[in-house]
Design a protein around this ligand. Structure first.
Ligand code: IYR
Length: 223
C-alpha cells in the first residue's frame, strides 16, 4: 500500500484582520436573513443553480472522505405528487396520535400540520440520502464513518448555498421516510436523511415569529 500523498495548500487566502472582521460580520448579516419557508411559488429555478449548490454540498468535510451521501433532485410533477401522498400519510399518523403531546406542543409555535402542499408546489425537492455503508464492485460492504455527522454538515452547506444563491428552502422530515427508497429507486445501503424543499417563496409567504438564542446562550469562551 502506498503512503498518503500531499500537495501544498494552494487555495488558502489569508485576509488582514480588519477585512476578516468585515467579512465575518457581512456573512452573519446575510445568513441571519435565512428563514425556513413553507409557502412556495411554483416558479421554476435554473438547473445550474441547483447543480452548483450540490457541488458546494459535496465539498463538506466528512468521515474518512467516504462522502457518504447521495442527492436525488426531483422536479417531475408526478413524482412530487407521489412523495406528497406518501409523506402526508405518515404525517397524518404523526399529528393524529403517533407524536407524543410534548412533541406536538414543541411544534405549536411553528404552526405545522399534516398538510404538505409544498411538496407539490415547490419546483425542486432534493431528497438527501445517507449511505450507511458503501458497496464494493464485488458486493462486499465497505464501512463508512460518522455518516450522520457528515451528511448533516453537507446538508448545512447545501442550505447555505441555496440561501446564498437567492432561493429559499425547507428541511422536511416525514417520519418514517423509508417510502423514499422505493419511490426514488435507491438501494438499501442508503437511508433517507431529509427532504430539502427548494424554490422561490410565494408572494404572500409568511414565517413564524421565533427568536434565535443570543451568543451568550449558545457559546462559552474559556479564558
Ligand atoms: N415531520 C413533521 C413534524 C415536524 C417535526 C419537527 I422536530 C419540526 O421542526 C417541524 C415539523 C412535519 O414536517 O410537519
Amino acid at each position: 500500500m502506498s503512503g498518503p500523498q500531499f500537495s501544498p495548500l494552494s487555495h488558502y487566502v489569508e485576509y488582514p484582520s480588519e477585512q476578516m472582521k468585515k467579512r465575518s460580520a457581512e456573512f452573519y448579516a446575510d445568513i441571519k436573513r435565512r428563514r425556513t419557508v413553507r409557502n412556495f411559488s411554483e416558479r421554476a429555478v435554473p438547473k445550474e443553480v441547483i447543480e452548483n449548490c450540490l457541488k458546494a454540498a459535496g465539498t463538506a468535510p466528512n468521515g474518512a472522505n467516504r462522502q457518504p451521501w447521495h442527492f436525488v433532485v426531483v422536479s417531475n410533477r408526478k413524482v412530487k405528487q407521489r412523495i406528497r401522498q406518501a409523506a402526508e400519510k405518515e404525517e397524518e399518523a404523526f399529528y393524529s396520535g403517533r407524536a407524543p403531546d410534548e412533541w406536538l406542543e414543541a411544534l405549536q409555535p411553528l404552526g405545522t400540520d399534516a398538510h404538505k402542499p409544498f411538496l407539490e408546489t415547490a419546483p425542486v425537492l432534493i431528497v438527501i440520502f445517507a449511505q450507511s455503508h458503501a458497496v464494493a464492485p464485488d458486493g462486499r460492504k465497505i464501512k463508512n464513518y460518522y455518516v450522520q455527522e457528515s451528511v448533516g454538515i453537507a446538508t448545512g452547506l447545501l442550505i447555505t448555498a441555496i440561501h446564498h444563491a437567492g432561493l429559499v428552502s425547507l428541511t422536511h422530515t416525514p417520519s418514517p421516510m423509508g417510502f423514499l427508497n422505493e419511490l426514488l429507486n435507491r438501494p438499501q445501503n442508503e437511508r433517507p436523511y431529509l427532504i430539502l424543499v427548494v424554490g422561490y417563496p410565494a408572494q404572500d409567504a409568511k414565517v413564524p415569529v421565533i427568536e434565535k438564542k443570543s451568543l451568550a446562550e449558545i457559546a462559552t469562551f474559556i479564558k
